[in-house]
Design a protein around this ligand. Sequence first.
Ligand SMILES: [Zn+2]
Length: 173
Amino acid sequence: MTAASGPANDDCIFCAASSGSVRLRPDPARDELVLARGRVSYVILNLYPYNNGHLMVVPNRHAPNLATLSADEQLELMRFTRHAEMALTEAYAPHGINIGINLGKPAGAGVLDHLHVHLVPRWNGDTNFMTTLGNTRVLPEDLAHSAAKLRPIFERLANQEKTAEDAKIAEKI
Ligand SMILES: [Zn+2]
């Protein structure tokens, strides 16, 4: 926990799913949605996807915005966002991807005060993004199926990165 820790929020679904939180309670249904866990953040499928593969990158901490993120959190959030782009591209071959953060209710945030980065794969001719935000959703693939496709890709990307870092360290020695 950093000094800039946000206020405890027992009702926050992102705090509940965070491994960095003492509020983490065992929940197999929720853990089924988690695709990757880092040191200070994690990746989770959206329970109410706008499109197949809709996932979110979330800091463990109840941080309301980018301004309150630590350097570590900024780095890992972007690292996971990059991996998510790569994983979605590999698993779904979408024509495009929406990557975005909604801060505050007027901006469309579903969960207030706990920052999360949405990644939504897009295909030519799929429903307009704003329309899908208005509850008209395309039929999603089964979430367990999405998780089974994406989780191994996240694992591989993390391992590849670790191998590359180890090689760099070895070069310096
Ligand atoms: Zn929270």
